[in-house]
Design a protein around this ligand. Structure first.
Ligand code: PNS
Length: 163
């Protein structure tokens, strides 16, 4: 059984993330979408909401489950018995950001990271931009699944201009 972990902040999960999860499924027996904390970012959505949204939007995908990373990703990989991390790459800046994390996760856990080039038509989608567009009244329904649209709007309404 080859288990891959797709980690991320998923604040919120987007069609780009789902594309990467689908591609990971072509290579591994099981894929765990792992919602983790990125200390460099202040999330809009609480972790439990990000987990719940991810669960809703992967419900139709076989062999996929969703988990919450309580601490270090490296520890979670070992706990899950994962043989790989799968990350989507949209361009050079993603490589610059991801390679140091891949090296550190391998140092800590021995688990390799597999980089996947996502669908070119989704390469412009980033969670940060989704939130920014929604904050300024723009449409996000072609960037994220329906339940996520509602959750982002609800969180922004509750926060009034927060990030
Ligand atoms: O979607 P993101 O924000 O690019 O994902 C980054 C994330 C959350 C996967 C990364 O920050 C992470 O692994 N956080 C968990 C804590 C951890 O293990 N930090 C060391 C990473 S080398």
């Amino acid at each position: 059984m080859h288990i891959a972990v797709c980690p991320g902040s998923f604040d919120p999960i987007t069609f780009g993330h789902l594309d990467v999860v689908r591609r990971a499924l072509t290579m591994f027996d099981e894929v765990v979408v792992a919602v983790a904390t990125n200390d460099a970012k202040a999330p809009l959505l609480p972790a439990q909401v990000r987990v719940e949204l991810a669960r809703q939007v992967v419900a139709d995908l076989p062999r996929v489950r969703v988990g919450l990373v309580p601490g270090l990703l490296a520890d979670y990989l070992q706990e899950q018995g994962a043989c790989a991390v799968v990350k989507g790459i949209r361009g050079a800046s993603d490589v610059d950001a991801e390679v140091p994390m891949a090296l550190m996760n391998r140092h800590l856990s021995g688990v390799e990271t597999v980089f996947v080039a996502g669908d070119q038509s989704l390469a412009h989608i980033a969670s940060s931009m989704v939130k920014d567009i929604a904050r300024h009244g723009g449409r996000i329904d072609d960037l994220v699944p329906g339940p996520v649209v509602a959750a982002v709007h609800a969180a922004l309404a509750g926060r009034k201009g927060g990030r």
